[in-house]
Ligand binder design. Structure first.
Ligand SMILES: NC(=O)c1ccc[n+]([C@@H]2O[C@H](COP(=O)([O-])OP(=O)(O)OC[C@H]3O[C@@H](n4cnc5c(N)ncnc54)[C@H](OP(=O)(O)O)[C@@H]3O)[C@@H](O)[C@H]2O)c1
Length: 357
């Protein structure tokens, strides 16, 4: 029997991606959905209509049949007795209460930041820090919950940490400097106005840079005696919003402990591809990393469909002359696929295999 799941925040930008990522899933079946009071009580198709009556489906392709006539519930109407797992895709203030309420009874996988910075909460990227999932047992015990909350990182942290991980393991990392060029969809359905972003670059995204700094060190840290010891890396970043619909591009400078030859970086990422823990899971891409020698890659329009948005693309890998040892490179990571909804489904698959769901 498939595990019964609910999507909370199902009408939003990430919620819609969840709807698609879970369509015909071999292990999970969406049996309940919820959103705010504004949408509750409506059939899904009506709930995603905008003020002018247009169906605001933001995901490419058809709206899956299973969801069209499903009724959107209020959060309080969700029946936890008939569920095995909650996917939460709500903004962080509302998420705090919602996730606390559900974690008392059920595992909760979240795309919000509500719980990310708590000591007994791991921030998980499937394939990168799977071992930190053991902290969920500590969390359960600490809080006397039947479930737990497992958040993903901020979507800008995701690509950065995925690309840093093989470098950190092999060469050590002392300092990281990153400038992001983030997609419009990262701000959610009401995040950025068309007038504000067209022909423009917004040089500031509230709270984003602090999140990237804290999360990067936590995810690359080590789980020891029931706690995560942060990685000893200095992280500096500038996060900007650019007129791209989906997918974040980031320019990264990393100072390594050991000497690093850019020509070996390709082998480092390729050998990681062979051993990646999530390989073979239903939502995992064939290639976790795509490495480009062509200096004109990565580009959002060319990379966002690769591996159905679950592949992280890397290019422009060169020696960084500012440091004794170091590299600079560009990466592309899909904010709504690997960076949120489909990444959350991959996380659920990884935790299911570990028998935590
Ligand atoms: N967008 C991305 O690329 C991205 C990536 C990673 C993480 N995230 C995180 O994922 C979460 C969702 O982001 P988003 O971009 O999908 O936001 P969004 O487009 O604004 O959608 C928010 C969703 O939450 C629902 N909601 C709001 N308040 C609620 C409440 N009190 N109770 C129940 N449901 C409520 C909304 O329902 P209504 O439609 O009824 O208002 C909607 O379904 C946020 O925490 C965000 O930071 C987003």
């Amino acid at each position: 029997m498939k595990k019964r799941v609910a999507i909370i925040g199902v009408t939003g930008s990430v919620g819609q991606e969840f709807v698609q990522s879970l369509d015909n899933h071999p292990w999970f079946e969406v049996t309940q959905i919820a959103a705010s009071e504004r949408s509750a009580g409506k059939m899904y198709l009506d709930a995603i209509r905008d003020a002018s009556g247009i169906i605001a489906w933001d995901v490419g392709g058809q709206i899956p049949e299973y969801i069209k006539n499903m009724k959107v519930l209020k959060v309080d109407e969700i029946n936890v007795q008939e569920l095995d797992l909650i996917f939460s895709a709500v903004e962080s203030e509302a998420a705090r209460d919602i996730e606390t309420k559900f974690a008392k009874d059920l595992p909760v996988i979240s795309t919000s930041s509500a719980y990310r910075y708590e000591e007994d909460v791991p921030i998980l990227i499937p394939g990168i820090n799977d071992d930190q999932a053991e902290l969920l047992e500590v969390q359960k015990k600490n809080r006397d919950w039947k479930g737990w909350v497992a958040p993903l990182p901020n979507c800008t942290t995701t690509g950065l940490v995925i690309t840093l991980k093989p470098l950190v393991e092999k060469y050590g990392a002392k300092k990281v400097m990153m400038t992001s060029m983030q997609a419009i969809s990262g701000g959610g359905k009401s995040g950025v106005s068309a007038m504000g972003i067209t022909d423009n670059i917004l040089p500031y995204i509230p709270k984003e840079e602090g999140k990237v700094r804290i999360e990067t060190k936590k995810i690359l840290g080590k789980l020891k005696d029931g706690k995560i010891e942060d990685a000893d890396i200095k992280v500096s970043c500038t996060c900007t919003r650019v007129p791209v619909i989906d997918g974040h591009t980031e320019s990264v400078f990393v100072e390594t402990e050991k000497e690093i030859d850019p020509s070996q970086a390709k082998d480092t990422f390729n050998s990681y591809n062979e051993d990646i823990s999530v390989s073979g899971l239903p939502s995992a891409p064939e290639k976790y990393y795509a490495f480009h020698d062509d200096p004109t890659r990565p580009q959002p329009r060319m990379e966002r469909e690769v591996g159905d948005g679950m592949t992280t693309s890397i290019g422009r890998v060169e020696k960084e002359e500012l440091f004794d040892n170091g590299l600079k490179y560009m990466l592309f990571s899909h904010n709504k696929k690997m960076g949120s909804a489909k990444g959350a489904v991959l996380l659920a698959e990884m935790l299911y295999k570990k028998e935590k769901i």
